[in-house]
Design a protein around this ligand. Structure first.
Ligand SMILES: [Zn+2]
Length: 356
């Protein structure tokens, strides 16, 4: 691997990345996503459990994992790390089953109603505290969609409100619990994570590094830039850039790639989600290069997350070349649908390929 302080501008190799936040969907949609994912790039992928119905038990997660492995093209060597969807009723015994299975890497907390298929999420934090404490005992991390769901709170303020009001309660109730604040979007979240103990980390998406909320309204309403948590201000984006530029091991790659059929985005009530799985590392490379810190990309993408999740660092490599590629305007999706990918139609300066 190239020296981390001076990556050559023409290209470089780095260890294969891992994606610690991916929505694979299920059935024909899952088959599409697996088909779009570049070969030999992402290795471990943390699979989100917000299917309908949600993946709430170890048994369901193992069945979902089997469906993924069955649908996976033979030349796509990803390793799915499964998650459980935390509900008010998840018993501590389910945590024991999850850990004992060896296939569950984390539990996901969605405040009820926060995002796509989150109706079964947590409504009363007191109810889940015994389960969170069991997770701390058994060493199973908690991934959090960190937004309050009170409709009276401004949509742009919901993450900051969660960070100041809810997160300290969770941390205090389950000391030692490893927590990943997912897809952080605000200065408040970045600063909280940076100042918290080593048990608290965060994932950052490519869209939140590249864009502020102006992009939602650039020349008109842009439904394909709508995700949750929503894009924030330029000051917030600058704080995320500072976080990755710092090289802190608390921040790592999680795309939150979340496909919806074009018709479900371009609608009276469009779904939240940005689909980046097909060119994720290229998009991150663009963001890091614009921020003048592409030397920080390899550890962000390939080391910090593996270390936090206590899985071995990847040794196989990918080649990141300064070779322009144009993102397709749309991709086939499920049965008779299409999905508009992140940065559709745009030319990206980097191409990522498995190192031969
Ligand atoms: Zn997500």
């Amino acid at each position: 691997m190239a020296d981390a302080t001076s990556l050559p501008s023409a290209g470089f190799t780095m260890p294969r990345p891992d994606d610690f936040h991916l929505h694979l969907r299920d059935g024909p949609e899952m088959a599409s996503v697996l088909g779009h994912m570049p070969r030999g790039v992402m290795h471990r992928v943390l699979i989100m459990p917000n299917l309908q119905p949600p993946v709430t038990t170890t048994e369901q997660a193992l069945a979902y994992r089997a469906r993924i492995l069955e649908a996976k093209p033979a030349d796509l060597d990803i390793e799915p790390l499964m998650t459980l969807y935390l509900t008010d009723k998840t018993p501590p015994e389910e945590i024991d089953a999850a850990v004992d299975s060896g296939a569950i890497a984390a539990v996901k907390l969605y405040p009820a109603g926060a995002t796509t298929n989150s109706d079964s999420g947590v409504t009363d934090y007191d109810l889940v505290m015994p389960t969170l404490r069991r997770m701390a005992e058994r060493g199973l991390p908690l991934c959090i969609h960190g937004e309050v769901t009170d409709p009276s709170v401004d949509v742009f303020e919901r993450e900051a409100a969660f960070v100041s009001e809810r997160l300290p309660l969770v941390l205090a109730a389950a000391p030692g619990l490893r927590i990943v604040l997912e897809h952080i979007t605000t200065r408040a979240a970045a600063e909280f994570v940076a100042s918290a103990g080593p048990n608290v980390a965060a994932t950052i998406t490519p869209q939140h590094l590249l864009f502020n909320r102006n992009e939602l309204f650039r020349g008109g309403l842009r439904p394909h830039m709508y995700c949750l948590p929503i894009l924030k201000t330029e000051d917030d984006r600058a704080a995320l850039i500072d976080a990755v530029r710092s090289g802190s091991p608390k921040f790592f790659l999680g795309t939150d790639s979340a496909p919806h059929a074009r018709g479900r985005k371009e609608s009276d009530c469009g779904c939240a989600g940005i689909y980046s799985a097909h060119t994720a590392l290229e998009a991150y490379a663009l963001a890091f290069e614009r921020a003048g810190c592409i030397d920080r990309l390899p550890a962000f993408a390939s080391q910090h997350g593996a270390d936090f999740y206590k899985v071995s660092r990847n040794t196989a490599e990918v080649t990141v070349s300064r070779k322009a590629r144009t993102v397709p305007a749309e991709l086939s999706f499920g049965e008779d649908c299409v999905v508009v990918p992140f940065l559709a139609g745009q030319e990206l300066p980097w191409t990522v390929e498995a190192t031969a």
